[in-house]
Ligand binder design. Sequence first.
Ligand SMILES: C[S@@+](CC[C@H](N)C(=O)[O-])C[C@H]1O[C@@H](n2cnc3c(N)ncnc32)[C@H](O)[C@@H]1O
Length: 380
Amino acid sequence: MGRENRLSAVAVLPQGLEAAGCDELSKLGAHEVRPLRRAAEFQASMACLYRLHLQARLPFRLLREMASFPCQGRDDLYDGIRRALNWERWLHPSMSFRVDVTGSAPGLNHSHYSALQVKNALVDQQRDIWGERSSIDLEAPDLSLHLHLNRETAVLSLDGSGGSLHRRGYRAAMGVAPLKENLAAGLIQLSGWDGSVPLVDPCCGSGILLIEAALMALQQAPGLGRNFGLEGWADFQSELWQEECERAQQRRRRNLNLPPLLGIEQDPLVAEQARVNIAAAGLEGVIEIRDGSFTEHHLPAGPGVLVCNPPYGQRIGEEEELDHLYSALGGFVRERASGWQLWLLSGNPKLTGGLRMKASRRIPVSNGGIDCRWLHYAIR
Ligand SMILES: C[S@@+](CC[C@H](N)C(=O)[O-])C[C@H]1O[C@@H](n2cnc3c(N)ncnc32)[C@H](O)[C@@H]1O
């Protein structure tokens, strides 16, 4: 990759998945990948940035750095933004935009206020050029801008995703406390499941862990078929984009026969939602959902991998009820899953004790702000 074609960018990641995210970025061709808190920075060619939008499963968003400038306060921010890009080229008044801000700088401690300052600089610049200004659109903007204030430096980036990348489009139906798709994909990646042995989720909810696992094994690109903000960028290269779309399509393993992927869900309505999601993801016949409690079911011939995100009991009173569930789950795996691996997402260490098993690995991850552990048990 020639230096002149190199872009600096940041992938925003779920907390705890920084290392896994870096791995994924490198495998897809990013260079100089370095973990940050809840993010990773990297260098990429434009082709690689397009590829990441189409194929990366772990990031929430990908931010392409466009300019950075010293920022000691509101005036620096206003002037810096006006000069940061050739706005005549990048932001015509017919385009809507939005601005998100993270971090702080001297006199700029409130991200909402900083975002207003960026907006004012942009619309003033537009009025000077065209005598009119863009409208703001928070839902589906034509240009999505991101400003990061890092003490005395401001970094202006473009968000190429146009809405969080965790929304794959297959989840019409939500179960109770669903995992985000990118977190689910990261957990599967951490489990090391590679599509060669059975995968079972005994408390499968809306089926996200199984769906993300199947999509990963089939190498189905999560971004194919969706619209991206980057398609509206002034320097968008449609041929290059098309090439990357074709490349992503060709990776799909069409004739791969996967081992059994099985979900068990005791709430019949939630089980039905899982089936709807599976169909929407094009995975009918690949994942089976059974109604009822896992205690009533047998596992397919193994050994294989169990993945599980049981309820944590955030509300008072629930914990006691859940003690029984965790002790039943412990009994179930010890009796029926000898030789299997179990990966369990725990948001409550007291409950996990009820399994009566010792975890061999504990990986900290955050699930929607809840401090969790992705626990690994080798079942003897
Ligand atoms: C936290 S949710 C799982 C969420 C899932 N990972 C998702 O993203 O949709 C836990 C699920 O376990 C189910 N459940 C609880 N006890 C169960 C049991 N004994 N057998 C099967 N499912 C059970 C609940 O109905 C609930 O849907």
